[in-house]
Design a protein around this ligand. Structure first.
Ligand SMILES: NC(=O)c1ccc[n+]([C@@H]2O[C@H](COP(=O)([O-])OP(=O)(O)OC[C@H]3O[C@@H](n4cnc5c(N)ncnc54)[C@H](OP(=O)(O)O)[C@@H]3O)[C@@H](O)[C@H]2O)c1
Length: 219
Protein backbone atom coordinates (compact mmCIF):
# COMPACT_ATOMS: atom_id res chain seq x y z
CA UNK A 1 0.00 0.00 0.00
CA UNK A 2 2.85 2.39 0.80
CA UNK A 3 4.69 1.77 -2.46
CA UNK A 4 2.60 3.91 -4.82
CA UNK A 5 2.62 7.07 -2.63
CA UNK A 6 6.38 6.73 -2.18
CA UNK A 7 6.94 6.33 -5.93
CA UNK A 8 4.56 9.17 -6.62
CA UNK A 9 6.62 11.55 -4.49
CA UNK A 10 9.90 10.20 -5.85
CA UNK A 11 8.56 10.86 -9.36
CA UNK A 12 7.78 14.46 -8.53
CA UNK A 13 4.00 14.25 -9.00
CA UNK A 14 2.69 17.47 -7.47
CA UNK A 15 -0.67 16.42 -6.09
CA UNK A 16 -0.82 13.45 -3.70
CA UNK A 17 -4.49 12.53 -3.47
CA UNK A 18 -5.28 10.30 -0.51
CA UNK A 19 -8.79 8.95 -0.58
CA UNK A 20 -10.57 8.04 2.59
CA UNK A 21 -12.30 4.99 1.13
CA UNK A 22 -8.93 3.75 -0.08
CA UNK A 23 -7.75 3.83 3.56
CA UNK A 24 -4.31 4.92 2.40
CA UNK A 25 -3.81 8.09 4.44
CA UNK A 26 -1.29 6.58 6.87
CA UNK A 27 0.81 5.36 3.91
CA UNK A 28 0.54 8.74 2.18
CA UNK A 29 1.52 10.53 5.41
CA UNK A 30 4.55 8.25 5.87
CA UNK A 31 5.59 8.79 2.25
CA UNK A 32 5.36 12.57 2.68
CA UNK A 33 7.42 12.52 5.89
CA UNK A 34 10.05 10.19 4.39
CA UNK A 35 10.29 12.07 1.09
CA UNK A 36 12.36 14.93 2.45
CA UNK A 37 10.22 17.31 0.38
CA UNK A 38 9.17 20.46 2.23
CA UNK A 39 5.45 20.53 3.01
CA UNK A 40 4.97 23.83 1.18
CA UNK A 41 6.28 22.25 -2.02
CA UNK A 42 3.46 19.70 -2.01
CA UNK A 43 -0.17 20.23 -2.95
CA UNK A 44 -2.30 17.74 -1.06
CA UNK A 45 -5.86 17.00 -2.09
CA UNK A 46 -8.32 14.69 -0.45
CA UNK A 47 -12.06 14.41 -0.15
CA UNK A 48 -14.85 14.10 2.36
CA UNK A 49 -16.74 10.83 2.29
CA UNK A 50 -20.45 10.98 1.61
CA UNK A 51 -20.98 8.71 4.66
CA UNK A 52 -20.11 11.53 7.04
CA UNK A 53 -23.13 13.89 6.91
CA UNK A 54 -23.72 16.72 9.36
CA UNK A 55 -21.46 19.55 10.47
CA UNK A 56 -20.17 17.73 13.59
CA UNK A 57 -19.37 14.56 11.63
CA UNK A 58 -17.66 16.59 8.94
CA UNK A 59 -15.39 18.20 11.55
CA UNK A 60 -14.67 14.80 13.14
CA UNK A 61 -13.96 13.21 9.74
CA UNK A 62 -11.53 16.00 8.96
CA UNK A 63 -9.76 15.78 12.33
CA UNK A 64 -9.38 12.00 11.87
CA UNK A 65 -8.05 12.57 8.37
CA UNK A 66 -5.38 15.02 9.60
CA UNK A 67 -4.39 12.61 12.36
CA UNK A 68 -4.02 9.69 9.93
CA UNK A 69 -2.02 11.81 7.51
CA UNK A 70 0.07 13.38 10.28
CA UNK A 71 -0.49 16.84 8.77
CA UNK A 72 -1.79 20.20 10.03
CA UNK A 73 -3.43 21.41 6.83
CA UNK A 74 -4.86 20.20 3.52
CA UNK A 75 -4.45 22.23 0.35
CA UNK A 76 -7.69 21.21 -1.37
CA UNK A 77 -10.55 19.37 0.30
CA UNK A 78 -13.37 18.09 -1.90
CA UNK A 79 -16.89 17.00 -1.20
CA UNK A 80 -17.23 13.69 -3.04
CA UNK A 81 -20.83 13.86 -4.26
CA UNK A 82 -23.97 16.01 -3.83
CA UNK A 83 -25.90 13.36 -1.91
CA UNK A 84 -27.85 13.64 1.35
CA UNK A 85 -27.37 16.62 3.65
CA UNK A 86 -24.42 18.01 1.74
CA UNK A 87 -25.22 21.61 2.66
CA UNK A 88 -24.26 20.93 6.27
CA UNK A 89 -21.04 19.35 5.01
CA UNK A 90 -20.31 22.44 2.96
CA UNK A 91 -20.96 24.75 5.95
CA UNK A 92 -18.43 22.78 7.99
CA UNK A 93 -15.95 22.86 5.11
CA UNK A 94 -16.36 26.64 4.88
CA UNK A 95 -15.62 26.91 8.63
CA UNK A 96 -12.58 24.64 8.33
CA UNK A 97 -11.35 26.88 5.53
CA UNK A 98 -12.04 30.06 7.54
CA UNK A 99 -10.05 28.65 10.48
CA UNK A 100 -7.08 27.97 8.21
CA UNK A 101 -7.15 24.15 8.24
CA UNK A 102 -7.82 23.96 4.48
CA UNK A 103 -6.43 26.31 1.82
CA UNK A 104 -9.23 25.69 -0.69
CA UNK A 105 -12.50 23.76 -0.74
CA UNK A 106 -14.19 22.24 -3.74
CA UNK A 107 -16.68 19.66 -4.91
CA UNK A 108 -16.79 16.60 -7.11
CA UNK A 109 -19.45 15.05 -9.32
CA UNK A 110 -21.71 18.11 -9.16
CA UNK A 111 -23.97 18.69 -12.16
CA UNK A 112 -24.54 22.32 -13.10
CA UNK A 113 -27.90 22.73 -11.30
CA UNK A 114 -26.48 21.51 -7.99
CA UNK A 115 -23.38 23.60 -8.45
CA UNK A 116 -25.23 26.87 -9.04
CA UNK A 117 -27.56 26.17 -6.10
CA UNK A 118 -24.59 25.57 -3.79
CA UNK A 119 -22.89 28.75 -5.01
CA UNK A 120 -26.05 30.83 -4.63
CA UNK A 121 -26.87 29.73 -1.09
CA UNK A 122 -23.41 29.70 0.51
CA UNK A 123 -20.55 32.06 1.24
CA UNK A 124 -17.71 30.29 -0.58
CA UNK A 125 -17.76 29.26 -4.23
CA UNK A 126 -16.14 25.84 -4.76
CA UNK A 127 -12.61 26.34 -6.10
CA UNK A 128 -12.98 23.26 -8.32
CA UNK A 129 -15.52 20.73 -9.49
CA UNK A 130 -13.81 17.38 -10.12
CA UNK A 131 -15.88 15.51 -12.71
CA UNK A 132 -15.25 12.56 -14.99
CA UNK A 133 -13.69 14.04 -18.14
CA UNK A 134 -11.77 12.34 -20.95
CA UNK A 135 -11.86 12.05 -24.75
CA UNK A 136 -14.98 9.85 -24.65
CA UNK A 137 -16.81 12.15 -22.21
CA UNK A 138 -15.64 15.68 -22.84
CA UNK A 139 -18.12 17.65 -20.68
CA UNK A 140 -18.08 20.68 -22.97
CA UNK A 141 -21.27 22.24 -21.52
CA UNK A 142 -19.94 22.00 -17.94
CA UNK A 143 -16.54 23.16 -19.15
CA UNK A 144 -18.08 26.34 -20.61
CA UNK A 145 -20.34 26.88 -17.63
CA UNK A 146 -17.99 26.49 -14.67
CA UNK A 147 -15.55 29.34 -15.38
CA UNK A 148 -18.47 31.76 -15.68
CA UNK A 149 -19.05 31.03 -11.99
CA UNK A 150 -15.42 31.00 -10.94
CA UNK A 151 -15.13 27.22 -10.65
CA UNK A 152 -12.11 25.36 -12.05
CA UNK A 153 -12.85 22.23 -14.08
CA UNK A 154 -10.83 19.24 -12.82
CA UNK A 155 -10.89 15.89 -14.59
CA UNK A 156 -11.09 12.57 -12.83
CA UNK A 157 -10.40 9.52 -14.96
CA UNK A 158 -8.51 11.42 -17.69
CA UNK A 159 -7.73 8.05 -19.33
CA UNK A 160 -11.33 6.84 -18.91
CA UNK A 161 -9.83 4.59 -16.21
CA UNK A 162 -8.39 2.52 -19.09
CA UNK A 163 -11.87 1.72 -20.46
CA UNK A 164 -12.90 1.74 -24.16
CA UNK A 165 -9.36 0.68 -25.17
CA UNK A 166 -8.32 4.31 -24.83
CA UNK A 167 -4.60 3.55 -25.06
CA UNK A 168 -5.04 1.77 -28.44
CA UNK A 169 -7.76 4.03 -29.86
CA UNK A 170 -6.86 4.53 -33.58
CA UNK A 171 -7.68 8.27 -33.65
CA UNK A 172 -5.73 9.01 -30.48
CA UNK A 173 -2.88 6.76 -31.65
CA UNK A 174 -2.59 8.63 -34.97
CA UNK A 175 -2.45 12.01 -33.16
CA UNK A 176 0.16 10.59 -30.78
CA UNK A 177 2.26 9.23 -33.68
CA UNK A 178 2.05 12.56 -35.47
CA UNK A 179 3.52 14.34 -32.41
CA UNK A 180 5.95 11.58 -31.46
CA UNK A 181 4.19 11.19 -28.10
CA UNK A 182 2.21 8.47 -26.34
CA UNK A 183 -1.58 8.36 -26.30
CA UNK A 184 -1.48 9.13 -22.57
CA UNK A 185 0.58 12.24 -23.24
CA UNK A 186 -1.67 13.64 -25.98
CA UNK A 187 -4.75 13.07 -23.81
CA UNK A 188 -3.17 14.93 -20.90
CA UNK A 189 -1.88 17.69 -23.13
CA UNK A 190 -5.32 18.10 -24.75
CA UNK A 191 -6.94 18.45 -21.31
CA UNK A 192 -4.30 20.88 -20.06
CA UNK A 193 -4.68 23.02 -23.18
CA UNK A 194 -8.43 23.15 -22.48
CA UNK A 195 -7.48 24.47 -19.00
CA UNK A 196 -8.71 21.31 -17.30
CA UNK A 197 -6.76 20.21 -14.21
CA UNK A 198 -5.65 16.58 -14.55
CA UNK A 199 -4.92 13.94 -11.92
CA UNK A 200 -3.85 10.84 -13.88
CA UNK A 201 -3.27 7.78 -11.76
CA UNK A 202 -0.51 5.23 -12.20
CA UNK A 203 1.30 2.85 -9.87
CA UNK A 204 4.24 2.60 -12.30
CA UNK A 205 7.17 5.03 -11.98
CA UNK A 206 7.85 4.99 -15.75
CA UNK A 207 4.26 5.99 -16.48
CA UNK A 208 4.29 8.66 -13.75
CA UNK A 209 7.33 10.19 -15.48
CA UNK A 210 5.67 9.87 -18.89
CA UNK A 211 2.50 11.52 -17.60
CA UNK A 212 4.49 14.43 -16.19
CA UNK A 213 6.44 14.91 -19.40
CA UNK A 214 3.69 16.69 -21.33
CA UNK A 215 4.71 20.33 -21.17
CA UNK A 216 7.37 20.21 -23.90
CA UNK A 217 4.97 19.12 -26.71
CA UNK A 218 4.42 21.61 -29.50
CA UNK A 219 0.72 22.44 -29.78
N1 LIG B 1 -14.11 12.10 -7.77
C1 LIG B 1 -14.45 10.88 -8.13
O1 LIG B 1 -15.61 10.47 -8.00
C2 LIG B 1 -13.41 9.98 -8.74
C3 LIG B 1 -13.81 8.76 -9.33
C4 LIG B 1 -12.81 7.95 -9.91
C5 LIG B 1 -11.48 8.31 -9.87
N2 LIG B 1 -11.15 9.50 -9.26
C6 LIG B 1 -9.73 9.89 -9.19
O2 LIG B 1 -9.25 10.27 -10.47
C7 LIG B 1 -7.84 9.99 -10.55
C8 LIG B 1 -7.52 9.21 -11.80
O3 LIG B 1 -8.55 8.31 -12.08
P1 LIG B 1 -8.45 6.76 -12.32
O4 LIG B 1 -7.34 6.07 -11.66
O5 LIG B 1 -9.78 6.26 -11.96
O6 LIG B 1 -8.32 6.68 -13.91
P2 LIG B 1 -7.24 7.18 -15.01
O7 LIG B 1 -6.17 8.04 -14.45
O8 LIG B 1 -8.10 7.67 -16.11
O9 LIG B 1 -6.63 5.78 -15.49
C9 LIG B 1 -5.79 5.02 -14.71
C10 LIG B 1 -5.40 3.81 -15.55
O10 LIG B 1 -4.53 4.23 -16.61
C11 LIG B 1 -3.31 3.50 -16.53
N3 LIG B 1 -2.24 4.41 -16.93
C12 LIG B 1 -1.81 5.53 -16.29
N4 LIG B 1 -0.84 6.16 -16.99
C13 LIG B 1 -0.63 5.42 -18.11
C14 LIG B 1 0.24 5.55 -19.23
N5 LIG B 1 1.08 6.57 -19.33
N6 LIG B 1 0.19 4.59 -20.20
C15 LIG B 1 -0.67 3.55 -20.10
N7 LIG B 1 -1.52 3.37 -19.06
C16 LIG B 1 -1.51 4.30 -18.08
C17 LIG B 1 -3.20 3.03 -15.12
O11 LIG B 1 -2.49 1.83 -15.03
P3 LIG B 1 -1.19 1.67 -14.05
O12 LIG B 1 -1.58 2.21 -12.69
O13 LIG B 1 -0.94 0.20 -14.09
O14 LIG B 1 -0.10 2.48 -14.71
C18 LIG B 1 -4.67 2.79 -14.74
O15 LIG B 1 -5.09 1.52 -15.21
C19 LIG B 1 -7.48 9.22 -9.29
O16 LIG B 1 -6.87 10.13 -8.38
C20 LIG B 1 -8.82 8.76 -8.76
O17 LIG B 1 -8.81 8.59 -7.36
C21 LIG B 1 -12.09 10.33 -8.72
Amino acid sequence: MATAPRRLLAGGQPEPAPWQEHQNEEAVGRAIRNSGIARDELFITTKLRVQDPGEGNTWRAFENLLRRLGLDTIDLYLMHQPYGDYYSQWRAMQDLHAEGHIRAIGVSNFHSDRLIDLITHNDITPAVNQIETHPFYQRQAEHDYMPEHGVQHESWGPFAEGRNNLFSDPTLASIANHHGKSVAQVVLRWLIQRVVVVIPKSVRPDRMAENLDVFACSS
